[in-house]
Design a protein around this ligand. Structure first.
Ligand code: DGY
Length: 322
């Protein structure tokens, strides 16, 4: 098989600041033209001979793709999540995998809070009403939402992003519960957060926000049984990974009035939605954009590109996953 002209492949055009890093490295690179995610067949054609792949969370860098990448030394994903990369297969071949932690914390937390408020105050419903010309007059019971201040927020996964959401919730006057493998004493001191067992947190919270990475342990962490533990008045927010929530069970729970509402940035089979989800009035739906600010995406692109170049120069990357 002939070797590709560029040892580096970026599977998508990334923000200019990241492209500049690649350009300045002097190492030839190719940016795939399409802005649609590559499927496995295309990756299998593109990766042979590459030494570095700068990928996105949509790209199935699975064991077959890694096996086809015969000269691969680094996979730099422009994301904090790494569930799309075959980490074990990379580790076996000594291929470095890097990600972009930290720089998307605040943007993602802002989006989680935006979703929480949007669902609580029924903002998309109001927007739809006004656009449809259905706003006839102010009304004493028009589009009543629920207050956030004084309510309890349950944070499922209190890592960097979960804690950043907790700080914002504290600023909104909310009580904070969290579920996490380890206690977070500093977080507890800072926002008065209390650690809880997951089932207890679900029973006690008025709002639940999900911030765990996707793994075998967290797939369907919020299944039908756990969704049924939530208050009928509760609102669920998910900006982590879709498969953490059983989306079909969520639709059923929302339909049955087991939950007040859900606000989602991520889906189980992105970009597909579970049947019936988009028909519900009591959901707020975003297209996986929690980290999508100009500032954050530039930082993510730079981080991924810099680490990729570091590895190809024989240096240690700053954000090695394994
Ligand atoms: C990530 O980086 O994993 C996020 O989901 C991107 O927004």
């Amino acid at each position: 098989m002939s070797r590709p002209a560029s040892p580096i492949l970026s599977t998508r055009a990334i923000p200019e600041a990241g492209l500049r890093v690649l350009r300045d490295s002097g190492i030839p690179f190719e940016v795939r033209k399409s802005q649609d995610p590559p499927g496995r067949p295309e990756l299998l054609r593109l990766v042979p001979g590459r030494e570095g792949v700068l990928c996105q969370l949509t790209d199935p860098m699975d064991a077959r793709v890694i096996a086809a990448a015969d000269r691969l030394r680094v996979v730099a994903t422009m994301s904090v999540g790494t569930d799309h990369v075959a980490l074990e297969a990379c580790a076996r071949r000594g291929i470095a995998v890097t990600n972009t932690p930290g720089v998307l914390t605040e943007a993602t937390a802002e989006c989680a809070i935006a979703l929480l408020l949007a669902a609580a105050r029924r903002i998309p419903e109001g927007d739809r009403m006004v656009r449809a010309g259905k706003f006839r007059a102010w009304g004493p019971t028009l589009l009543l939402g629920v207050a956030v201040a004084g309510k309890t927020l349950g944070i499922v996964g209190a890592g960097r992003i979960g804690q950043a959401v907790g700080r914002r919730a504290d600023g909104l006057g909310m009580e904070v519960l969290y579920w996490s493998r380890n206690a977070k004493p500093e977080f507890e001191r800072e926002v008065g957060a209390q650690r809880a067992d997951l089932d207890d947190l679900l029973r006690a919270s008025d709002f639940v926000t999900v911030h765990v990475p996707l793994s075998d342990e967290t797939r369907h962490l919020l299944d039908a049984r756990r969704l049924a533990l939530m208050k009928r008045t509760a609102i669920l927010v998910n900006t982590s990974r879709g498969p953490v929530v059983d989306e079909k069970a969520l639709v059923a729970a929302l339909r049955a009035g087991q939950l007040r509402a859900a606000a989602l940035d991520v889906y189980e089979r992105e970009p597909k939605l579970a049947p019936g989800l988009a028909k519900l009035e009591n959901v707020v739906l975003l297209p996986h954009v929690a980290s999508a600010t100009e500032e954050t995406r530039s930082m993510m692109a730079v981080m991924a590109a810099e680490d990729l170049v570091r590895v190809l120069r024989g240096e240690e990357p700053k954000n090695r996953v394994r």
